[in-house]
Design a protein around this ligand. Structure first.
Ligand SMILES: [Zn+2]
Length: 113
């Protein structure tokens, strides 16, 4: 018979790796849903605006950031317009005039760091 100190410990049903994978998938799903609910493109080239009001286009992939620090729905990344670091957030393209969209799409940050 096993004593209390030798009793087998119940293993969790899911491994830590599996739980982590579910966590990442849930985070990506939540971010994608939030982006869609707010009317933004879910991924790809997205028009964003920095805190100084500069608009440019950046690659936005829910759950992935190669060149930015993610802060939920906003990111901290380099603004290519004034070449400074700033909080940027997506801008709904339909809230901009065609001229504003064209000027925002004319400036794209680098594809990769
Ligand atoms: Zn800026």
């Amino acid at each position: 018979m096993l004593s209390a100190t030798q009793a087998p410990v119940a293993k969790p049903r899911l491994s830590r790796k599996t739980m982590a994978a579910f966590g990442v998938a849930a985070a990506v799903g939540i971010e994608s849903a939030a982006v869609l609910r707010k009317g933004y493109r879910p991924a790809g080239d997205v028009i964003v605006q920095c805190r100084a009001g500069h608009r440019f286009t950046t690659l936005w992939i829910p759950g992935a950031s190669l060149k930015a620090v993610r802060l939920g729905f906003v990111r901290f990344q380099r603004c290519p317009v004034a070449r400074h670091w700033s909080i940027v957030k997506p801008v709904r393209a339909d809230s901009l005039s065609e001229e504003e969209q064209a000027s925002a799409r004319a400036v794209h940050d680098r594809r990769l760091p």
